[in-house]
Design a protein around this ligand. Structure first.
Ligand code: GLN
Length: 608
């Protein structure tokens, strides 16, 4: 299947194919031997997919495209400061082979011109010349994801004719920028320039930089993210030599060219591009390489300063617990309190990557609410990545809110905000982390009810006699019912009935809480509703003959009173008036729950 990307590559390829200006480099005799018409374009995504067209498997020497990679290795070997004392990072505006140093700092102006590159080579660690070269070759191979080979013929050719670079080496030695044998540094540089690559290799090397220094196919790290950033910065300002300004304006990607005919460009976080075409312009940049990069950048909108839209808010949803209550069944008094004061507990659902601007808009919105809050729930399940600055902004927000008496909790099963998840502990008012939204909303409701619910709260424990299902029974009828009632205890986490089970009896919750849940395909357990003392379950399979649709699991240590299926049946004959009492209590309880459910739909504007 050809994709839009393939089509665009084809069109860019066709548009540039006819361009035959420029000339192959001939100051290195061996380079003059290559076919001038070779042309290939590769694009590697930062997850390692490769698009290719044309001569993307033709080997050619990497030449100056080696410079950023050796600079990266020099940084890793010596540290940024030590390297900075040897090589500046200012654009030179001079040809790549200029024999000059910055007149003020007396250092090479940047690592992308030969003076800087030879200095980088002189900084590579290793006991012997072979070891130093081998470390360079291995480093490039890590970026490419395969073993790259050395081209001896091109190396010899350059070594024979490279007197200008030797002049640069000796100049560097005389200024003590190169501190050891300048011939050795220049020789190492010639060798690194003579490593063979293809356009496909270069695209993967670029994609490795785009992927923060890890080759997306092998998963192996070639360079640390901090150093990748540093190398890309220098490529942005200095990668295309004296054509750098024009390049940034028209292409807008950190890039590097080489006289072997390659151009490599990186869009951080997204992709790497490489073009091979050996005819060079007066700067020593591939003519069709530059032309193809310009077109690709425009068509694929790759310019790194191109902003399609201002960054969107990280807030995906915002609501109060009055608008979207938890699925915990509540008494009417509690329902009323939540309807009246639920606006003081809010849920914010955040999504996307939380970088500075997304976090800033969210934190500002929450921090400047007119309303004072008692509870805030931040649901970050939809958040992918969180930057350190965003994390500290949210920490600060919860501290600030805490001072005003508002407790903040996070729904953060993956711990993206860096807090540990904690289990449900109704006594702990602040700094909570929940694995699911329902638990977070319930927690927020409890905060509101603690403050504003005047009147009896749903108790945490009742005796069997207090259970509403027995309401209105005479003492004799109750005695008859309780004779068939068995008290059972379950440990927290225990499953009482499983989805698919047949009628298992009528379960009356006396102490603790139990939730109906189901396990999603990924293994995550979703909570459908939570029952507390005074509520019951199991009546549907019992009365309607269906199987259980959900699992019922004890959230806390749990005590229930159970009337078995057989006992419930036998009441029909043995004590019909008792059964009638139980059934009418069950029916009115069911209608009350339905009423509450309808009311909560009304809060979403449904059913009005
Ligand atoms: N080896 C070449 C040189 O130093 C590399 C130059 C380049 O690719 N721009 O002359």
């Amino acid at each position: 299947m050809t994709t839009v990307v393939d089509d665009i590559l084809q069109r860019v390829f066709d548009a540039c194919r006819g361009e035959s200006s420029g000339a192959v480099a001939d100051y290195i005799p061996e380079l003059a031997e290559v076919s001038p018409d070779g042309f290939g374009i590769s694009l590697a995504t930062s997850d390692g997919y490769l698009y290719e067209i044309g001569d993307t498997r033709t080997p050619f020497t990497i030449q100056s495209i080696s410079k950023p990679f050796t600079y990266g290795l020099a940084l890793a070997d010596n540290g940024e400061d030590a390297v900075a004392r040897k090589i500046d990072i200012e654009p030179s505006g001079e040809p790549f082979n200029e024999i000059s140093l910055d007149p003020v700092t007396e250092r090479p102006r940047n690592p992308m011109i030969n003076a800087g590159a030879i200095t980088s080579a002189s900084l590579i660690h290793g006991q012997t010349a072979e070891e130093r070269f081998e470390r360079i070759r291995q480093s490039y191979s890590l970026y490419a994801g395969r073993q790259l080979e050395f081209n001896d013929a091109v190396y010899r050719s350059e070594a024979k004719t490279g007197n200008r670079n030797r002049a640069i080496g000796y100049m560097l030695r005389s200024f003590d920028i190169v501190e050891n044998d300048p011939d050795a540094a220049v020789d190492l540089y010639f060798r690194q320039c003579s490593i063979d690559v293809t356009a496909a290799d270069l695209a993967m090397m670029a994609a490795t930089m785009a992927n923060n220094g890890v080759n997306p196919r092998t998963g192996l790290r070639a360079l640390s993210p901090v150093l990748v950033e540093r190398v890309l910065s220098v490529m942005t300002t200095c990668g295309m030599y004296d054509g750098a300004g024009d390049w940034v304006a028209k292409v807008g990607l950190p890039a590097k060219s080489g006289v072997g005919g390659g151009v490599l460009a990186v869009l951080p976080g997204q992709m790497g591009i490489a073009v091979y075409s050996p005819r060079l312009d007066s700067h020593g940049n591939s003519v069709r390489g530059v032309a193809a990069c310009r077109r690709l950048s425009r068509k694929l909108e790759l310019h790194f300063l191109h902003v399609p839209r201002a960054s969107a808010s990280a807030v995906r949803g915002r609501y109060t617990v009055a608008e979207a209550p938890s699925r915990k069944r509540r008494s009417e008094i509690e329902q009323d309190a939540l309807a009246r004061f639920g606006h003081r507990a809010r849920v914010y659902e955040l999504h996307g990557d939380l970088l500075f601007s997304g976090a800033e808009t969210a934190v500002r919105e929450i921090g400047t609410l007119d309303e004072d809050l008692d509870a805030l729930v931040l649901d970050v399940r939809g958040v992918d990545d969180v930057s350190d600055i965003a994390r500290s902004m949210f920490d600060d927000l919860s501290t600030q809110l805490g001072k005003k008496g508002c407790h903040a909790a996070f729904v953060d099963p993956r711990g993206v905000l860096g807090h540990a998840t904690s289990s449900i502990d109704p006594n702990d008012p602040g700094g909570r982390v929940f694995a699911d939204l329902g638990s977070g909303v319930r927690w927020a409701e409890e905060r509101v009810l603690d403050r504003y619910c005047v009147g009896p709260r749903q108790p945490m424990a009742i005796s069997a006699g207090e259970h509403p299902v027995f309401a209105g029974l005479t003492p004799e009828q109750y005695a008859r019912a309780s004779a068939v009632t068995e008290i059972r205890h379950y440990a927290r986490g225990e499953t009482i009935v499983h989805a698919g089970d047949h009628a298992a009896g009528l379960f009356l919750v006396l102490i603790g809480e139990v939730s109906s849940t189901y396990e999603a395909p990924g293994g995550f357990r979703h909570r459908i509703s939570t029952l507390s003392p005074g509520m019951s379950f199991g009546e549907m399979p019992l009365l309607a003959g269906t199987t259980f649709l959900l699992d019922f699991c004890a959230d806390t240590d749990l005590t229930v009173a159970v009337i078995s299926v057989a006992d419930f049946e036998s009441l029909t004959v043995d004590a019909p008036e008792v059964k009638l009492g139980l059934l009418s209590n069950l029916a009115s309880g069911a209608y009350m729950q339905m009423n509450i459910a309808i009311k909560s739909l009304g809060q979403f504007g449904i059913g009005r």
